[in-house]
Design a protein around this ligand. Structure first.
Ligand code: ATP
Ligand code: MG
Length: 362
């Protein structure tokens, strides 16, 4: 289904998957603490998910799960309250978990936990890590700079925005995660995480194995309209997984494409969506053929949009049916989260007590 998109991720994953091939940096940490979680990923419960969230963050996890990896997924509600009301965030938690399961994350193989179920450990650790980075360094994080330029202002943005990368480092290091798949938007944050782990190791004791980035290349799906990437908090240009068939058709109809013979970022994103959501190889071939025609100067964007609409509608219909089934039993999602949080809590307690010992703070 997502074969083309996930080629890169598969290749990269195979490169790192054996502990034997560790770089010296990681080997040094082995006597102290080992990687605990092979693959960690988080999602902010800030709204219904978009097809970009699926293609950029969830499809690669499902793919790796199929190869035998047991991922850990956390619902990042503490991250989400940076720019959303806690009461609003709460409303989205169960829906996001249902989305993940309906998209193929299997709770029998993966663990799904709620970040605030281990809030005590996460926030304590955030405070301990925040001591290792200066305010000036945090102000230099490019994602913060971008955010302050676009949709937040230093006068009104709350201070959690500044601490965002430290909180993220706390999640990753508490889990002692080996690989963290991130889109381009999160690369700078991963650098902060790695830097904090190294600083802690150097200043106190070598307890952290350094987490690695599993970069999902070329997967920055753009907004269907206007500037920037597709994102759930910018609904105008997003296809939501919960959109009904008619809405999807209208959104695709209004999407920006390219002139005959031209390939641009917008069209490339639409092609990624089409091929990523396609259920069969023949649908992918259909997309390739129409894009070939387009590149040779033919006027086929109308036809391309029809194909894209059909593919998206099929995908969404199947997804939405599954999601309804999952949510039918009101005790199912809470039980999945309870199981996941139990494991996360055990790991977090283990890591945090090692941290406290290293700091002589217990
Ligand atoms: P928000 O507007 O709340 O930030 P978002 O749509 O950007 O919402 P996040 O919860 O920030 O979603 O990110 C969830 C995951 O989806 C991350 O791994 C992120 O890299 C990925 N992701 C988000 N937007 C895109 C995109 N446009 N293309 C590819 N991947 C994306
Ligand atoms: Mg985001």
């Amino acid at each position: 289904m997502t074969h083309n998109i996930n080629k890169n991720i598969k290749k990269e994953y195979n490169n790192f998957s054996t502990l034997k091939k560790q770089k010296p940096e990681e080997r040094r940490c082995l006597p102290c603490m080992k990687y605990k979680v092979e693959l960690l990923t988080g999602i902010r419960p800030t709204g219904d998910l978009t097809v970009a969230n699926y293609l950029g963050a969830i499809a690669p996890i499902v793919e790796l799960q199929a190869q035998g990896v047991s991922p850990v997924v956390f619902v990042a509600d503490l991250h989400a309250i940076t720019d959303n009301e806690p009461a609003t965030v709460r409303q989205y938690i169960h829906g996001v978990v249902a989305d993940y399961i309906a998209l193929g994350v299997d709770p029998r193989k993966a663990k799904i936990y709620l970040q605030s179920d281990i809030a005590g450990e996460v926030t304590t650790f955030t405070a301990l890590l925040a001591r290792l980075v200066s305010v000036a360094e945090l102000l230099r994080v490019p994602t913060l700079k971008d955010k302050l330029k676009s949709n937040a202002r230093p006068e009104t943005a709350n201070a959690l925005l500044l601490l965002y990368p430290v909180l993220m480092a706390a999640d990753i290091l508490l889990n002692r995660a080996k690989k963290v798949p991130v889109g381009e938007d999160q690369l700078a944050h991963m650098e902060v995480t790695r830097m904090l782990a190294r600083r802690f190791n150097k200043r106190y004791r070598e307890i952290f194995p350094i987490p690695q980035v599993l970069q999902v290349k070329s997967l920055r799906i753009l907004s269907l309209k206007g500037k920037g990437k597709m994102s759930k908090t910018n609904p105008g240009g997003a296809i939501f997984l919960t959109d009904d068939i008619k809405t999807v058709a209208n959104k695709i109809k209004a999407a920006e494409t390219a002139f005959e013979g031209v390939m641009n970022d917008k069209l490339e994103s639409l092609v990624l969506i089409a091929k990523g959501l396609a259920k069969t190889e023949s649908e992918c071939e259909e997309v390739d053929a129409i894009i070939q025609a387009h590149m040779s100067g033919k006027r086929v964007m109308g036809q391309f949009k029809q194909i894209l609409t059909r593919i998206a509608q099929n995908f969404l219909e199947e997804f939405q049916t599954k999601r309804v089934e999952i949510l039918r039993d009101p005790s199912y999602i809470p039980s999945v989260l309870e199981e996941g949080s139990k494991v996360a809590k055990e790991n977090a307690i283990e890591t945090l007590s090692a941290v406290r010992r290293a700091l002589q703070f217990d």
